[in-house]
Design a binder for this molecule. Structure first.
Ligand code: NDP
Length: 603
């Protein structure tokens, strides 16, 4: 680069930073997370299960070896690995009417995975399933969850439409006592928690929310009775004479808006912040090709290869080849272009910024190529760094705004200002509608006990919320001192691989099965992380570079606590300092050496 080019590049970068900050400022709100309302009381109908009736059953008062709370990927993987290890008495407790977790609830039209099926869908090799598409649609993923449940015999003992209310450690019996909303009161030697971060829908606290006289629902409780159609993509035929509003333009909306745009008499899309929407390039998976790659151990190889490509490894080959691995490849390539003597942390961050700016320019330019109306196209452009918000990928979303029936109502960062008996007010205009669809996301920034619906009480009566009052404290993100025989299955303080959450879960399932089998084989009644080991792990986490997402410079959202200082506790919401690839290597050897350093096994 010449000196003039370097100066021009710096000026462009500066201007873009200013633009991003101005866009962030428009969207910042003093009430942060409090802008959303918890769905309780009068609003509780938004949580009702539209998919399956709740059936009567008698309460359980027995004892199981392992109780797992949550029947999504986490519970299914843990259950599967425990069964393989010969631990048969496993009970999964699930709020929904079947297995699936996210995929039980999210049946909105167009729902599909955003990370390639080959690495996103767990236990494909074990169950012998070939995904039909590079990015499978929701019905296939839900059916796969059910397949795992059947294959590993997890249905036999499962409790559906059941929520845990209370879970208390019993020192005398060395077990957990669990009470549920269905009157169950049973004990379990071990407990796993896989309640997921995104299962409690939230509503925007818009004045007049309860005043609307038309129909309304949240995307995670899609009302096909009202809209017609089905989760397989059948046309939403009952909307042909309806005026519909959808609030929100996050990852959910990006997937369902093309279906709504085709079906509604009138569709108003209320946008506060545009999503960045990159190429999807979905395609069917060819069974002949699949048979050539599906040799023993294939899925683990693919998982590791994706993580190597996506999370800073040195893989030569990219098996998955998607938007996530492309993103990382671009960043790496920019950084490696730096002359050796200029490879400073500061220059590496600037190179990362260059790569981000190029990508976001491409994404903004893509809007112009796909959206015919210039003013609408301008409003659909995202002005923030790509990982400020959840990156989206879709090949029909932007074109939906070319449908004559569809109108983007951009609120310039302010959102819908009021809901009336007949519709909504936004950007100073009143919109009369028959139906409001809330694509307003899920509770993330609220406390663990509020999202989980219970606060585990460990040894000596200590509540988990007290143990974590100054931030999360674990070893591996899984084991908590004072909470024996309890395993947390989630990414934070472990690999923290955000681009493919199931990899974290499938790996944790191996750890659980390994520990429980070891306790059984050596006659131990309890497994617990020592205080020292927990402290050491927390200390190790703090040696890392800190949080990779959630910068206060970003446009507000759930990644950055709505733009508010998350407080000192948030510095612990990090992963293994050397990153996911190193974490998965470390934990594998930790499991395999049989020493289980930091864990105490007691008779
Ligand atoms: P999000 O939280 O991402 O989006 C909520 C949307 O509602 C945002 O556009 C938000 O605007 C908007 N909103 C909130 N309040 C108002 C208001 N008062 N007026 C107007 N708009 C408002 O929820 P999603 O359900 O879209 O996605 C949640 C997460 O679920 C994703 O981030 C992703 O992790 C996961 N997901 C994954 C999918 C997959 O893997 N296939 C598919 C769908 C979701 P603003 O941005 O300004 O806050």
């Amino acid at each position: 680069m010449t000196a003039a080019m370097i100066t021009a590049n710096a000026a462009n970068k500066h201007a873009l930073r200013q633009k991003y900050l101005a866009e962030r400022d428009k969207r910042l709100r003093a009430d942060g997370n409090d802008q959303y309302v918890q769905i309780t009381g009068q609003l509780a109908h938004y949580l009702a299960d539209p998919y399956m009736p709740v059936t009567d059953r008698s309460p359980r008062t027995d004892h199981v070896t392992f109780a797992f709370i949550g029947g999504g990927f986490a519970g299914l993987c843990a259950g599967a690995r425990l069964k393989e290890a010969g631990i048969d008495n496993v009970r999964i407790i699930e709020k929904g009417g079947d297995f699936g977790g996210t995929w039980y609830w999210n049946r909105y039209p167009g729902a599909q995975c955003d990370t390639a099926s080959m690495v996103y869908m767990p236990l494909l090799e074990e169950t012998g399933h070939m995904p039909t598409e590079k990015y499978a649609h929701a019905p296939e993923i839900l059916a796969h969850c059910q397949r795992i449940g059947r294959y590993f015999g997890l249905y036999d003992n499962a409790l559906f439409h059941t929520e845990v209310k209370e879970i208390i450690w019993q020192d005398a019996g060395k077990c957990w006592r669990i009470r549920t909303t269905r009157g169950d009161d049973f004990t379990a030697q071990y407990v796993g928690l896989g309640t997921g971060p995104l299962h409690v829908p939230k509503l925007p606290g818009i004045p007049g929310l309860d005043r609307f006289q038309g129909h309304s629902f949240h995307t995670s409780r899609w009302d096909y009775e009202y809209t017609g159609g089905d989760p397989h993509g059948g046309p939403l035929s009952r909307l042909a004479d309806k005026r519909v509003a959808i609030i929100g333009t996050g990852a959910t909306s990006v997937q369902c808006i093309p279906h709504l745009a085709r079906a509604c008499n009138r569709l108003y899309v209320f946008q506060r912040t545009p999503s960045s929407v990159d190429v999807r390039a979905n395609a069917p998976i060819d069974p002949v090709w699949f048979s050539t790659i599906a040799t023993p151990g294939w899925q683990q190889r693919w998982l590791e290869n994706f993580t190597e490509n996506q999370a800073g490894g040195s893989a030569q080959e990219d098996l998955v080849q998607d938007g996530w691995t492309d993103l990382s490849r671009r960043i790496r390539s920019k950084i490696t272009q730096l002359p050796r003597d200029q490879m400073t942390p500061e220059n590496m961050l600037l190179a990362y910024e260059d790569s981000d700016n190029e990508k976001m320019d491409e994404i903004r330019a893509r809007v112009d190529t796909l959206v015919r109306d210039h003013a609408t196209a301008e409003k659909l452009k995202a002005w923030y760094r790509q990982l400020c918000k959840r990156p989206c990928f879709h090949d029909a979303y932007l074109q939906a705004f070319n449908e004559p029936s569809t109108r983007l109502v951009d609120t310039d960062g302010k959102g819908v200002s009021e809901i009336t008996e007949a519709g909504l007010i936004a950007a100073g205009e009143h919109f009369e509608v028959d139906c409001i669809i809330y694509a307003s996301g899920f509770e993330v920034g609220t406390s663990h006990d509020r999202r989980a619906g219970f606060d585990p009480v460990g040894r000596g009566g200590e509540k988990l919320s007290d143990h974590w009052a100054s931030g999360m404290r674990t070893k591996h993100g899984m084991h908590v001192h004072g909470f024996p025989n309890m395993f947390f299955v989630q990414p934070t303080q472990g690999a923290n691989l955000i681009s493919n959450i199931p990899h974290n879960l499938t790996d944790a399932a191996k750890t659980i099965a390994c520990l429980v089998a070891h306790a059984r084989d050596c006659g131990a009644a309890t497994i617990e992380v020592s205080r020292q080991a927990e402290d050491d792990w927390v200390k190790l986490l703090l040696t890392g570079a800190g949080r990779m997402i959630g910068s206060p410079d970003c446009t507000p959202g759930y990644y950055n606590n709505e733009g508010h200082d998350p407080g000192p506790a948030a510095k612990l919401n990090v992963g293994y300092p050397q990153g996911p690839v190193a974490y998965f290597r470390y934990i594998e050897s930790w499991r395999n050496d049989g020493m289980f350093d930091g864990m105490v096994f007691q008779k």
